[in-house]
Design a protein around this ligand. Structure first.
Ligand SMILES: [Zn+2]
Length: 71
């Protein structure tokens, strides 16, 4: 039985290389390693684990969009 997790992608460039390198005002600052876009994420942080390419493709295909919920 698989265990489901959420994956964060950069909305500016679509990259999956989003990291938290700094904190600001007690908030994690998510930074895209590809395009360098960064923003505070109040109330959230990230974990990391390995997934297969297929699982990553599934995550991309189920990206939440404005007024469109997760599949
Ligand atoms: Zn980016």
């Amino acid at each position: 039985m698989p265990e489901y997790v959420s994956v964060i992608f950069c909305r500016k460039c679509g990259s999956r290389y989003v990291e938290i390198n700094t904190w600001s005002n007690g908030n994690a600052v998510a930074t895209c390693r590809t395009c360098r876009y960064s923003v505070e994420l109040p109330g959230f942080t990230l974990g990391r684990c390995a997934v297969t390419r297929k699982e990553l493709d599934i995550a991309r295909n189920t990206i939440a969009r404005i007024n469109d919920f997760e599949k």
